[in-house]
Design a protein around this ligand. Structure first.
Ligand code: ZN
Ligand code: ZN
Length: 558
């Protein structure tokens, strides 16, 4: 496993390395590393949500054993923007990495709050850098370039390593007329391209979508038309992080003479952050949840969270009548100004059914022009290729299908060296060639209370087994020479719906007999005894009940 060290201790080499540990081969939990002269820079440190294969956990992040086991010298971490798939892992993983963190003011504000909540701000070295600034982290010379996206302050990153230039796009799109937030700095991007870029590491999310993603302004009319003239209350469900959309709704509220309410904790968090950093002004008024009952139907407009059907999101809480201040009623309209994130289809459908049942008019984006994506469609990707003109393209931020589509598009559009990658592949960038030189440990860690646990661990396998097969506990009381002092006591938990007392006694007597053939008995042989009993219990339960529960043996000696 000391693979990187042996490759990388050549401090004089001018080779650059790229190592994706999250976000390549999946949507979510982005974490990329760049290596140069025995130093490493982390770009983004995100989380993902939900994994149908893992029970009882809903926040995940990349396994960073490749960093820890190789004792990599991480000299810093840069966060490109404040979406959870880029920033959400910092407070979980920073304690294991302990490097300085860099980001721009809006993301910095949100990260600071998170670090305070987790008691890490004093320890973590959080550096707020300006948009479009240049700074150095170890041997990495960095320049930030404005790019548009569905959140404020998305940054692309130019990394200069000796004579080599690497361009990391981050999440991006082209919106040349944003109401607030970044306009792509195409002038600088073209200059960078002319200066000769060795490799571009680029967002693949919508590489299989033809055309342009569309501008934020283009949807204002679509949403306006659904609100203007409607007699009932209107709720707009959206991603809280899309502050430009919040501003769009603020403008629509004004035009339609409605008061604008904001519902959901993350919505308020974003409004506060945007006001603190100066993106939203005091004149942008948002009414608190508890005051919304004061407004008549035709003057009511609210933005709210929970568009993905999250169980504790505002929409579900209102629909379930567990929200403290708001209820839906017949004649309300709910406009989903958001996309359906893959994997959330069932929870969104369940939510919509609940809403329809309440007599609410539900409008989903497919029908109208009420949502645009924050990621580049094929025409935008082609534009970026022509600006940056890299020798090598490495598609990231996508599942295998997106990365493949991106690689094909890039090849078709004249990029000679295109490397499809996945998490854990150590890539050497040298002489305008990209080579995979090692496969390093990768995987997912799940948050379980204060712990991080690998999703491949026995912990989750056992949990799944318990859920599907239940638990059997058996108490054995032995004398120190190995005589059972009483029949084993047995309890079944969620194994079968009803278990007869006789069946438990039968198992108890069966074990009592079987123990006699476990000779010689010796306290020091407890492990063998446990294995032996486990086998016997398992066999008996499979034969009798056709189930394979978790078995807990409690052995005591008196
Ligand atoms: Zn993003
Ligand atoms: Zn992202």
């Amino acid at each position: 496993m000391k693979v990187i060290n042996s490759l990388f201790k050549d401090k004089n080499s001018d080779h650059a390395y790229f190592l994706p540990l999250g976000g390549s081969g999946e949507i979510g939990m982005n974490l990329n590393l760049y290596g140069y002269k025995d130093n490493w820079l982390i770009v983004d440190c995100g989380v993902s949500f939900k994994d149908s294969k893992v029970i009882g956990a809903d926040v995940f992040m990349p396994n960073i054993d490749a960093i820890i086991e190789n004792n990599l010298n991480v000299c810093g971490m840069f966060i490109t923007h404040a979406h959870e798939d880029h920033i959400g892992g910092v407070h979980h993983l920073w304690p294991h990495i302990r490097c300085p963190i860099y980001t721009t003011p809006f993301s910095g504000y949100l990260l600071k709050q998170r670090l305070i909540d987790y008691g890490l701000l004093e320890k973590a070295n959080l550096n707020i850098v300006n948009k479009e600034s240049k700074f150095e982290i170890g041997p990495f010379k960095l320049e930030l370039i404005n790019i548009s996206h569905s959140i404020l302050e998305a940054n692309s990153l130019l990394i200069t390593l000796g004579k080599k230039k690497i361009f990391h796009t981050g999440d991006w799109k082209i919106d040349n007329d944003p109401a607030i937030g970044n306009k792509p700095n195409s002038k600088r991007l073209k200059e960078i391209g002319k200066s000769g870029v060795s490799a571009m590491i680029c967002d693949s999310t919508n590489a299989n979508v033809k055309g342009f993603s569309g501008s934020e302004k283009s949807i204002e009319k679509g949403i306006y038309n659904l609100i203007k003239g409607y007699k009932g209350r209107v709720f707009v469900a959206m991603f809280a992080s899309n502050v430009e959309r919040i501003l769009t709704l603020s403008n629509i509220a004004k035009k339609t003479n409605r008061q604008l309410g904001a519902i959901g904790r993350s919505m308020w968090r974003m409004i506060k952050a945007s006001k603190s950093v100066g993106y939203l002004k005091e004149k942008h008024i948002f009414h608190e949840e508890r005051n919304l009952k004061n407004f008549s139907d035709h003057s009511f407009l609210a933005i709210c969270t929970g568009s993905q059907g999250e169980p504790l999101g505002a929409l579900n809480r209102i629909a379930d009548e567990t929200h403290p201040h708001i209820r839906f009623k017949k004649g309300d309209r709910i406009v989903f100004s958001s996309r359906m994130i893959p994997g959330n289809e069932v929870s969104i459908n369940n939510l919509i059914n609940k809403l329809v049942y309440k007599g609410v008019d539900v409008v989903f984006p497919k029908a109208k022009n009420i949502h645009v994506s924050g990621h580049p469609g094929q025409e935008e990707l082609k534009m970026m290729y022509s600006w940056i003109n890299p020798s090598i393209l490495i598609p990231v931020h996508g599942e295998a299908i997106h990365i493949k589509a991106h690689a094909e598009l890039a090849k078709k559009n004249g990029i000679k060296e295109v490397l499809k990658t996945k998490n854990g592949q150590l890539i050497r960038l040298c002489n305008n060639k990209a080579d995979i030189i090692a496969e390093l440990p990768t995987g997912k860690m799940a948050v379980n209370g204060d712990e991080l646990i690998s999703t491949e661990s026995n912990f989750f396998k056992e949990r799944k087994k318990m859920l599907f097969n239940g638990v059997v506990t058996i108490n054995f009381v032995f004398s120190d020479v190995g005589d059972l002092q009483e029949l084993p006591r047995i309890k079944f938990l969620s194994v079968v719906n009803s278990v007869e007392q006789e069946q438990l006694i039968e198992l108890s007597e069966y074990l009592n007999d079987e123990i006699k053939s476990f000779i010689p008995f010796n306290v020091s042989k407890e492990k063998q005894l446990r294995d032996y009993l486990n086998k016997k219990v398992k066999k008996f339960i499979i034969n009798k009940f056709d189930k394979s529960p978790s078995i807990i043996l409690d052995i005591i000696y008196i």
